[in-house]
Design a protein around this ligand. Structure first.
Ligand code: DAT
Ligand code: MG
Length: 143
């Protein structure tokens, strides 16, 4: 998900470009304002943390772009492409490392495991919003 800061900073295309260029397949995409309840559910695991209220406030403050991607190893690879949580220490070459400075404005969310991804996809998307398609370039990406 491109967070409100990423959308405001016109980085939606750049985020999508990096995941597309790697070879992953976009199967879900929407621009939306985030209802408070969805934000709270999404960040459920952090509800006891001191930054929780600010995080929910931030994520609901302006539109986000939610996406779903498919491909071998996509969850772990996307986390690498995104970079470490704190953009200041994230490696250059990662999205956060290249475009961010502070942890509360780290531009993008990525699921941290396939089980988390399943949970988050069902939170953010209806079944009919996901598109099942086979890119014709598949044989050029996979042996
Ligand atoms: P990630 O987004 O890399 O999975 P996380 O799940 O630990 O990181 O935290 C979720 C988000 O919460 C993170 O993207 C930014 C915010 N956050 C995390 N730690 C924070 C902190 N110490 N201060 C402020 N915001 C923080
Ligand atoms: Mg996380």
């Amino acid at each position: 998900m491109v967070k409100p800061d990423g959308v405001q900073r016109n980085l939606v295309g750049e985020v999508i470009r990096r995941l597309e260029a790697k070879g992953f397949t976009l199967v879900g995409l929407k621009l939306m304002n985030v209802p408070r309840e969805l934000a709270e559910h999404h960040y459920d695991v952090h509800k006891e943390r001191p930054f929780f209220a600010g995080l929910v406030e931030f994520i609901t403050s302006a539109p986000v772009v939610a996406t779903v991607w498919e491909g071998d190893g996509v969850v772990a690879a996307a986390r690498k492409i995104i970079g470490a949580t704190n953009p200041l220490t994230a490696e250059l070459g990662t999205i956060r490392g290249d475009y961010g400075i502070s942890i509360g404005r780290n531009l993008i969310h990525g699921s941290d495991a396939t089980e988390t991804a399943q949970r988050e996809i069902s939170l953010w998307f209806k079944e009919e919003e996901l598109v099942n398609w086979q890119p014709t370039i598949t044989p050029w990406l996979y042996e």
